[in-house]
Every structure is written in C-alpha cells, then in structure tokens.
Design a protein around this ligand. Structure first.
Ligand code: NAD
Length: 349
C-alpha cells in the first residue's frame, strides 16, 4: 500500500492511497478541524481521472466544514473518495484496504456511508478501523442518515415556503424533484403527506416504477426537462453544480431547496438566483440532517434518536436566520450562510 501526502493550500491534510493488490485508488481530504475531528462520507464513483476525484474530494470536504459549522455538530470537514465503479469494483479486500487507509489518520478523519457505499460496507470497514460511523442502529450507532437528511431538507423548505410563498403549509405547493434516490424518496413522502403537488424525474427506471407505485399522483418527466417545470420549488436531490448560468434562466420556480451537495456551480450563481428573485436555500444548511444524526452518535451517552430529531429541527431556524441576514445585508443567501459558518469557525481558530 503506497500512501502519498499531497500539499493543497488551505487544506489541513490530503493523502492519496494506491494499493495494486486490492485495486484501491483513493483520496482522503481533511479541510479543517478547528471545530472538531473531520467527518464526511466515503464516496465511490467511477471518476474519469484522478484530477476529477481530487476536485470532488476537495469541494466536498470544504462543504463539510461549513455544514458542520452552521449545524454546530462539533465536527470538522473531511471526505474520502474511492475511484471505481461501486457496482463492479467494490470488493471486501478493497474496503479492507480503504479502512486501513482511514486508520492512518488516527481519528483526525472519521468516515460514514455516502454515494456508492452503504451501511453494510461500513460494518465491514469497522473490522479494520474504529473511525467509522453510521453503522446499523442495532450496533448502537446512528443508522442510515438519509431519513434525517430528508427531514432537515423538508423543514428548511418549510422556512422558505413561509418566506417566499407566505404559506404555513405545503397544501397545493408544486415541487419539482430532480432525483428520487435515498434522500429524494423520503423527501417525496414528507411532501406528499404535507399536501404538495409533485413532479419528479430520475435516470433509473426502477426508481420511477417505485415512485409510480407508492405515489400514484406524482407526475414524472424526462430528466432534461425538469428545469423547465412551472413550479413553486425546484428541489435538486441528485448531483452537484446543476444551478448554473445555463439552468438558472430556464427555472420557473420561486424557491430552490434540495439535499444535493454543491448545487451552485460557482459563487456567481448565488447572485444570479437573487437577481431572478429565486430564494435559494443553501445546500449545506438544509442537507445537514444526516451529519447531525451521525454527530449525536459521538456525543456522551451515545446515539439517541429523540435528541437527533430535536437537533435536526434547528435547520428550520438556521434557514430563517439566513433569510433574515440576506434581507438585512442585501446579499445572496449563499453568502449569508458562508458568513455564519466563517463566524463560527473563526471564533475557535
Ligand atoms: P442516491 O444515489 O441514493 O440518489 C440520487 C438519485 O439521483 C438516484 O436515484 C439517481 O438515479 C438520480 N440521478 C442521478 N443523476 C440524475 C439526473 N441527471 N437526473 C435525475 N436524477 C438523477 O443519493 P442520495 O443519498 O439520495 O443523495 C442525493 C444527494 O444528496 C447527493 O448529492 C448527496 O451528496 C446529497 N446528500 C445526501 C445525504 C444522505 O444522507 N444520503 C446527506 C447530505 C447530502
């Protein structure tokens, strides 16, 4: 196993691991640990190049720093990525090598499931390192983070609905969801139960079949037409960078609120949303439910579902505060969220 440290300005520690025996090719990035040990999921994805994987891990680990700062989880920001197809290249040997790579950080980085990995993978990883969270509830851990991410996103959306639509319920509110995977499906459930009208898209036929069976009133559209749906809320729950120069002019919504990470392609997109009078709920604020749930596992006394749900409800207040700052200072909501995060980080720096 060959581990190489890579110097990246403004990041505390970035290491690459290559292990020809197991086929592991991975990067772990720690962005910042001022507020606590870095925690962020382990993503497995068939990146086209190591450069692409590096870009992703750096963006994601930085986002984790801000997410945890705003949510006050007592954690710092980090993330890991494995280059490879989780469908065909994820083996017990590869996960064992990855666990040993995580272990070299001696607790400064802690992992959890993410896109391309799951709770079962974390159980296997636990055999080789103690620095793993998000294990099954039966193991005294916090389980699948997705329902908590969806709950937080729903509550953050509610704050936006009150502000932008002047309504205190989802009754008749039209939401267009891009992606109905782990988080999207739970979110859809909250929305339908709350009385919302929903339009969805996904690239997986099996997922759309499940939507049609469980939510027969949901309208399904082709993935590339979701940006054009005339709706109240556009909700990204699939990939990052989809709010950009090309998509913003197409949007016919009043609010953007979803769970996907890194929704804005760059800072200018926050300004563009504001110019179009679209209220953007900063992604790392409303999708923090999962990390909040995991952080409760690390608190004294261990995991407690009730405490976790209570903390996730704070996302509603966080979004309200951001909207207020954005109005008071006449700045994009994304900038207001960044200001809050930096204030909390600098207070401990
Ligand atoms: P997932 O892989 O289960 O779901 C993503 C869904 O999006 C899949 O159903 C996929 O088929 C679909 N999709 C992919 N490309 C698409 C496209 N072009 N158009 C429409 N649909 C497309 O992932 P998830 O765990 O539900 O996470 C969703 C997003 O939320 C990701 O950006 C993730 O980083 C973020 N997030 C997840 C959590 C969590 O707790 N799982 C926490 C914070 C943030």
């Amino acid at each position: 196993m060959k581990i190489t440290e890579i110097q990246v300005p403004n990041y505390e520690l970035v290491k690459k691991c290559e292990d020809p025996e197991s086929g592991l090719h991975a990067i772990i990035a720690i962005h910042n640990t001022f507020l606590g040990p870095a925690l962020g999921g382990m993503r497995m994805y068939p990146y086209a190049s190591e450069d692409d994987a590096m870009t992703d891990v750096l963006r994601l680990s930085r986002g984790m720093t801000f997410k945890s700062a705003v949510a006050e989880t007592g954690l710092g920001g980090g993330k890991s990525v494995i280059i490879g197809d989780p469908e065909t290249q994820k083996t017990p040997q590869l996960l064992e090598a990855m666990a040993k790579f995580v272990d070299t950080f001696e607790g400064k980085y802690r992992t959890a499931e993410d896109s391309g990995t799951n709770v079962h993978d974390m159980v296997h990883i636990k055999k080789f390192t103690e620095y793993v969270t998000g294990l099954p509830l039966e193991m005294g851990s916090s389980g699948d983070p997705s329902p908590y991410t969806a709950l937080g996103t729903f509550l953050g959306m509610r704050a936006c609905v009150e502000e932008r639509l002047g309504k205190d319920s989802f009754e008749g509110v039209h939401v267009a969801l891009q992606g109905v995977g782990h988080v999207g499906m739970y979110l859809l459930d909250h929305l339908v139960k709350g009385g919302a009208r929903v339009t969805v898209c996904d690239i997986r036929e099996s997922t759309l079949q499940a939507v049609k069976t469980e939510f027969p009133d949901a309208q399904v559209v082709e993935p590339d037409t979701i940006y054009d749906v005339d709706c109240d809320i556009f909700s990204p729950n699939a990939m990052g960078a989809i709010i950009n120069e090309t998509t913003i002019p197409r949007l016919k919504c009043k609010i953007i609120a979803g769970a996907a990470n890194n929704q804005l392609r760059d800072d200018e997109d926050g300004v563009r949303c504001r110019e179009r009078e679209i209220l953007y709920a900063p992604d790392y604020v409303i999708n923090a439910g999962g990390i909040i749930n995991v952080s409760v596992e690390l608190e004294e006394g261990g995991y407690n579902e009730e405490r976790s749900r209570r903390k996730v409800h704070n996302i509603y207040n966080a979004v309200k505060e951001i909207i207020q700052i954005s109005k008071d200072e006449q700045i994009p909501t994304a900038k207001a969220a960044y200001e809050i995060a930096m204030r909390k980080i600098n207070a401990r720096a």
